[in-house]
Design a protein around this ligand. Structure first.
Ligand code: GLV
Length: 328
């Protein structure tokens, strides 16, 4: 099938260079305004297109896939996480799904370290004092945070992003611990001098900082549930740049409000942009608007990956970043 004739619908505005390239290669329908498509618009798109390019703000569930037209053959997600796509139902319908792994790794790891620093060194309080004009000069006991060096960082999900976090944290002098269902090969552990914990409970109970870096799947939903969160040390900090659903957000909010842990740095939320109001205005919580992969470079590279996936498919091969249900 010549790629020129593939009809591609993109659900969100993408970086201009990506949109231009898509237009050169395919019969593409782009989004005019920078808002998510309505459900009705996505239904119309899957009825008519060969390829859908959704993002994490679109719900591509079984009922949507059931309405897809005969032509729809590929869902080329713009983004690494694919928990918003029912990959199994797509597979049953013979629709391939791809994502954009790898290119979000380093940028997301940068945001993890930013959140760790922001919480432990009280950066929002410092910024607030400067913005309000309240700062009256250096004082020996003002704005005291905690030193990162020597702290134990527990990485929940030591994949690509987890390793990138570990490399950075090593440079800050932190001790690296991780929990994966399966232990990494010794030579991989050695790269960051990481200690594997088979028991997540035991790791959670002993860490100074927990960074959530596993994907959201049925088996990681509420992995940090109320019971586990209660195991955290009173001085612990929780950071999540993965997906909100991995943490029981209501339980986290309760223990933060009760002062049972030292703080949290969050980039993702259980209800997407519907922020739990109680999380706001907590002095020990730093909240970001899901910007882990938000660099100019990264968002263009994500687009390039989408294009390679579609082009490879158009040339009669499997997209290099195909995702399959067993990856869940
Ligand atoms: O969260 C961002 C992504 O999944 O790419």
């Amino acid at each position: 099938m010549p790629s020129k004739r593939l009809s591609v619908v993109v659900t969100r505005r993408l970086p201009e260079v990506v949109e231009t390239r898509l237009t050169e290669l395919f019969d593409v329908r782009l989004r005019d305004d920078d808002t998510p498509m309505t459900r009705a618009e996505i239904v119309a798109a899957v009825k008519e297109a060969d390829v859908l390019v959704p993002t994490l703000s679109d719900t591509i569930d079984a009922s949507l896939i059931a309405q897809a037209g005969e032509r729809l053959r590929l869902i080329a997600n713009y983004g690494a996480g694919f928990d918003h796509i029912d990959v199994e139902t797509a597979r049953q319908r013979g629709i391939l799904v791809s994502n954009t792994p790898g290119v979000v790794t380093e940028d997301t790891a940068d945001i993890v370290l930013s959140l760790i620093l922001a919480v432990t060194r009280r950066l929002p309080e410092g910024l607030g004092a400067m913005q309000s004009g309240d700062w009256s000069g250096w004082a020996p006991t003002a704005f005291l945070g905690g030193r990162l060096g020597g702290r134990r960082l527990g990485i929940l999900g030591m994949g690509r992003i987890g390793m990138a976090v570990a490399r950075r944290a090593r440079a800050f002098g932190m001790q690296i611990h991780y929990h994966n269902r399966r232990r990494l090969r010794p030579e991989v552990e050695e790269q960051v001098e990481a200690t594997w914990w088979e028991s997540l409970d035991q790791m959670v109970a002993r860490m100074d900082i927990i960074s959530v870096n596993c994907p959201h799947t049925p088996s990681t939903f509420h992995l940090l549930n109320s019971r586990r969160l209660k195991l955290l040390k009173p001085s612990a900090v929780v950071v999540n740049t993965s997906r909100g659903e991995v943490i029981d957000e209501a339980a986290l909010t309760r223990i933060l409000k009760a002062g049972e842990i030292a703080g949290a740095g969050l980039d993702v939320y259980e209800q997407g942009s519907q922020l739990n109001p109680e999380l706001r205005n907590q002095p020990n919580v730093v909240l970001l608007p899901h910007m882990g992969s938000a660099t100019e470079e990264g968002r263009v590279e994500m687009g390039e990956k989408v294009i390679i996936n579609i082009k490879t498919f158009a040339d009669g091969h499997r997209p290099p970043d195909q995702v399959v249900p067993s990856m869940l």
